[in-house]
Write a protein that binds this ligand. Structure first.
Ligand code: 6PG
Length: 483
């Protein structure tokens, strides 16, 4: 139904699949939705195909679109990230009035969001960078939404976003994350965790396929079973679907027909870069980004295969298959735990750096439904932060520590098996090293400090007394105190 005279509670600019689905979700949940797309064909197509799902007010100019919104006006931009977003923000800010709210629902880089929020605020309007997760299906049926921006904008925006968000046990999967770029920052780290989660699932598949010699359909069954336990999550669920799928053309397992070069639009890479900038060891996330990059280094991989880089001679696994599958499940669980723990570390560090005051409990709550990393164990994460909001690391929560006690031996066995068989398992292995580094009494960093002092007089601290010291390496090797 369309009614030109009715004012809309919310508007959507950009009607590609995500924008259209979001507009339909608003309409289906009783909101009157203004819709606008630069080329009007998309607007017509939406109204034609789905106009009956609720109240839409279509416009062909941005001015008409803005005029069709009730005040304070609220418009969500769902266009390509980057320049296109800047152009639409400018048009909206021009046409809107003081106190109106512009929302960017794309995957924007949080530093762009900080800049945009400042610019739009200077023009008297509110700007909200909102991470929206759940893909096309989530946009239509209930995403997880992570809005940042000024707290006042949440007062008017909150109820309308709650009306379309996923809902778990009566709690909508949306809340105000923090000022300016906080929402997009958190969405970025969500995607980083998503990369790591997908990679560890991939590594488990690789081990079952080429270590235990199982076929995709058989592995699909294993994943289906795993989905009923600790690993219960959307990504495990869809993995079983993908592995069970046959290629409609050849009848071969689809996974064997797909080129093994993983794409990426950049959010995982941003998470890794930001982790490096903040000095947070998000090793699982970074390894996952590198793993995608390596998979796409087609020419180099071909050269390595054709040049027959030696594999070593250990070829077979000397283990019981059922026991190996269970070990892989536990290694996957452990590496996944590390990925989430590191992701929450990055959010904590970002929140401190930018003064956002992000509450980890909120994230564990709104990630339980709608988003790509939704998983049963987020309830456990929430409980952990409920008990202690200042946990030094998620894996130090008593529940997760207890879990790790059960996981650690199988995890080590799996990393050893992967290494012996020459099967790549970068996140399984690096997460284990991260874990062992955290718990190590002494790290080789002491030696590194010695080396730095040797070649650059970079000084070092001592374990036995305060102060800063240097050895006269090229002289008499005496100790001097520099501070
Ligand atoms: C989500 C997804 C979504 C999208 C990403 C990942 O939370 O709904 O993360 O934002 O799938 O763009 O894409 P890449 O794997 O291409 O980086």
């Amino acid at each position: 139904m369309t009614d030109k005279n009715e004012l809309a509670q919310i508007g959507v600019v950009g009607l590609a699949v995500m924008g259209s689905n979001l507009a339909r979700n608003f309409a289906r949940n009783g909101n009157t939705v203004a819709v606008y797309n630069r080329s009007p064909e998309k607007t017509h197509a939406l109204i034609e195909a789905h106009g009956e799902e609720g109240n839409f007010v279509p416009s062909e100019t941005i001015e008409d679109f803005v005029a069709s919104l009730e005040r304070p006006r609220k418009a969500i931009i769902m266009v390509k990230a980057g320049k296109a977003t800047d152009a639409v923000i400018d048009q909206l800010a021009e046409a809107m009035d003081e106190g109106d709210v512009i929302i960017d629902g794309g995957n924007a880089l949080f530093t762009d969001t900080i800049r945009r929020e400042k610019d739009v605020a200077a023009r008297g309007k509110h700007f909200v960078g909102a991470g929206i997760s759940g893909g096309e299906e989530g946009a239509l049926n209930g995403p997880s939404i992570m809005p940042g921006g000024p707290k006042e904008s949440w007062e008017t925006l909150g109820p309308i976003l709650e009306s379309i968000a996923a809902n778990v046990d009566g709690t909508p999967c949306v809340t105000h994350i923090g000022p300016d770029g906080a929402g997009h920052f958190v969405k970025m780290v969500h995607n980083g965790i998503e990369y790591a989660d997908m990679q560890v699932i991939g590594e488990a598949y690789q081990l079952l396929r080429y270590g235990a010699g199982m076929e995709p359909a058989e592995i699909a069954e294993v994943f289906r079973e795993w989905n009923s336990g600790d690993l219960d999550s959307y990504l495990i669920e869809i993995t079983a679907e993908v592995l069970a799928q046959k290629d409609p053309e050849t009848g071969a397992p689809l996974v064997d027909v797909i080129v093994d070069a993983a794409g990426q639009k950049g959010t995982g890479r941003w998470t890794a870069i930001n982790g490096l900038e903040l000095g947070v060891p998000i090793t699982g996330i970074a390894e996952s980004v590198f793993a995608r990059a390596l998979s796409s280094s087609t020419a180099q991989r071909r050269a390595a295969q054709e040049g027959q880089l030696p594999a070593g001679t250990i070829k077979e696994l000397d283990v019981d298959k059922a026991a190996f599958i269970e070990d892989v499940r536990r290694a996957l669980y452990a590496a996944k735990l590390i990925a989430y723990s590191q992701g929450f570390d990055e959010i904590k560090a970002g929140s401190e750096e930018f003064g956002w005051d992000v509450d980890p409990r909120d994230l564990a709550t709104i990630w339980r439904g709608g988003c790509i990393i939704r998983a049963k164990f987020l309830d456990r994460i929430r409980a952990a932060y409920d008990k202690n909001a200042d946990l030094p690391a998620l894996i130090l929560d008593p529940y997760f520590k207890g879990e790790l006690e059960d996981l650690i031996d199988p995890w080590r066995r799996v990393v050893v098996a992967a290494t012996q068989l020459g099967l790549p398992a970068p996140v399984f292995a690096s997460s284990l090293s991260y874990y062992d580094s955290l718990r190590a009494e002494r790290l080789p960093a002491a030696l590194i400090q010695g080396q730095r002092d040797f070649f650059g007089a970079h000084t070092f601290k001592r374990t036995d007394k305060p102060g800063v010291f240097h050895i006269e390496w090229s002289g008499d090797r005496s100790l001097t105190q520099t501070d």
